[in-house]
Design a protein around this ligand. Sequence first.
Ligand code: UDP
Length: 373
Amino acid sequence: MKVAIVGAGISGAVIARLLAEQGIKSVVFDKRDHIAGNCHSERDEQTQVMLHVYGPHIFHTDDQEVWEFVNQYSEFMPYTNRVKAVYNGAVYSLPVNLHTINQFFRQTLSPAEAKAFIEQLADKTITDPQNFEEQAISMIGKDLYEAFFKGYTLKQWGCHPTELPASILKRLPVRFNYNDNYFNHKYQGMPKEGYTEMVAAILNHPNITVKLSSAFEQAMASEFDHVFYSGPLDGYFNYSEGRLGYRTLDFEQFSAKGDYQGTAVMNYCEETVPWTRITEHKYFSPWESHENTVCYKEYSRLCGEEDTPYYPVRLVKEKSLLNKYLDMAQSLESITFVGRLGTYRYLDMDVTIREAIDVARHFLHCQSAGETM
Ligand code: UDP
């Protein structure tokens, strides 16, 4: 049995590992010169700060098995993501919580008062929100939406929030207490020596061969009994039906003496500021101490042919093109499409790992039962 795995990111590494443990050898191809995909991390030479090279990745999950899985390959350190947001000359707390509401409206509301206040601002005529904007206005009303979501979303996604699915906003909670933890999940943390070391440990098995700087061509698929593909879905088919939209990010890296912004993530919500956020990477490793600091100013734009794709856009109007590709993918028996790019979905790391575990188990089950996948 010869298995190829395309992409040495989280999906590919997890699948390779689970197959390897059952005696199945695989070759993992990655066109980049490093493993770990977009969660690749490396230390800055000058400051020794651990950099999230492709932007911040914070591990959070409710899935105990996934949490136990990652903890086998790295020590996880406590990390709680607390995001701040700049709007109209003031700094606020995100996700929208009681502090945000009281600061923004210059109030001293209690939780119950704030809930009643926001309910009266929320548009109750929208009962079944069809897009991002409707979802936001029906949850928090126009003022908070326009301050914290409209401009940021226009910059992040390059289109009007009415063109985006409501699901993007459902990622973020709204709270009527002072809990400013960006996530609701039970398990949250950061791998002590970075994601690349964790992925290296997952891939470290005699049945796994990793080939870096090695692009996988469609023609190579016939050399393998099965291929797990975590590259862009439309890319696999040479964009024959047209291109799906992805966003890419540009990072302007800069160093500063001491401290720059005093926190890991500062969002810039106004449309007039060209960047979406500034991340200060030493704050992603709060158990370390560093004299100086490294920041990334983050800009989002449409992904060009040579750029690294980050976010599948999933415009409401793109659905039929996506369905064509999904049908084409489904018809290929010996290829399984996995991960954020392979399935064209906005997946977090924990869901990516859950799906990779399930895909690998299903494959192993089919192998032992003599069935095709
Ligand atoms: N968002 C926003 N303002 C913010 C933070 C987030 O409008 O200050 C919206 C934006 O559309 C973003 C989405 O909420 O794409 C999800 O935010 P999240 O922080 O989960 O994005 P990620 O860290 O994955 O880029």
